[in-house]
Design a protein. Sequence first.
Length: 367
Amino acid sequence: MHLFHLHMGAFVYIIQAYITSHLQSADIGLILNIDPSFLLHAKLETFFFQPLSQFMSSKPDYQPGEFQWSFLHPKYWGVWIGIVFLMILAILPWAIQHRLATLLGNLSFKYLKSRRKTTVRNLEVCFPEWSAQEVLENARLVFVDQMLGVFETLNAWYNPKWFTGRVSIEGLEHIQKAQAEGKGALLLGTHSTLLDAGGYLCAQYFELDVVYRPQNNPLLDMLIYRCRATIYAHQIDHDDMRGLVRNLKNGHAIWYSPDQDFGLKQGVMAPFFGVPAATVTAHRRLLKMTKAAAIPLYFYRDGDIKNPQYKVLIEPAVENLPSEDEVDDATRVNQIIENQLRIAPTQYMWFHRRFKTRPAGYDKIYS
């Protein structure tokens, strides 16, 4: 029993750290540990000619993805056990994986009360047409889909052949058009429960980069970095703003999710599902710097869970973004995200507090 608890403890630790890093790694501005007002208001000359260390957090004292002999120290044994456990889960048949994911998702929904409460409230606000029972059932499915996403990511990392014949894409020509014009592509997406499996789906058709935040645990960081290296063309450190700008200017496609609430220092109030929400706008500055195209990207699971299919949807580049109207830009991006989420509502991380910022005059959403 003690050994079982050790396995599960390591498993939960790794999954929690990974999901948290996914939530943190897709937002430009916050992920860069740069004062958001800098991206929003700084002059281009200030950005390129001031020492970058002025705006950045310290980098880890190890090379990302590099094995260190210190990883054999007993303090890392729990993580090693968790890694082995994850690899075993990755080779299980999907029939077992999806049932196990459903079990873990239901347990998470039952016991993670704070996350459950936030999820339910978000769905109540965004889908007022749903009954109380529909809200509760879909909230449960959010947790199930999140655990399914963990197993789908494990398959993408360790058993990618499982996806053979399951993936289709629509709209690839929009990225190709932008790159043919010498532009980079800033792919406007969401914090999908598919996690890195979504990146894998895209990588079957085009190369994309990802911005990452190093893990505090260097062994776990090595694991995730190496696994992601099998999917993404480049991994850009969250401190490497120059690398991000350079890659966009060189025509790369980079996945970006402007769908979280980071307060009004990083954005403006704009409607999201008809409800005013703090909406990040730092990407407007990035688009101005790089002349990249802003292209909506969405991926999701479809069909019977026993034999799922996966779809990648790429829409035409958003015209006149950025414009002179910051609020209008935020409103348009929010509408894009809303349209995406309505396709598969439960395949989204609704457990974050999307409406936590409430300036004076706005009703509170969360109790």
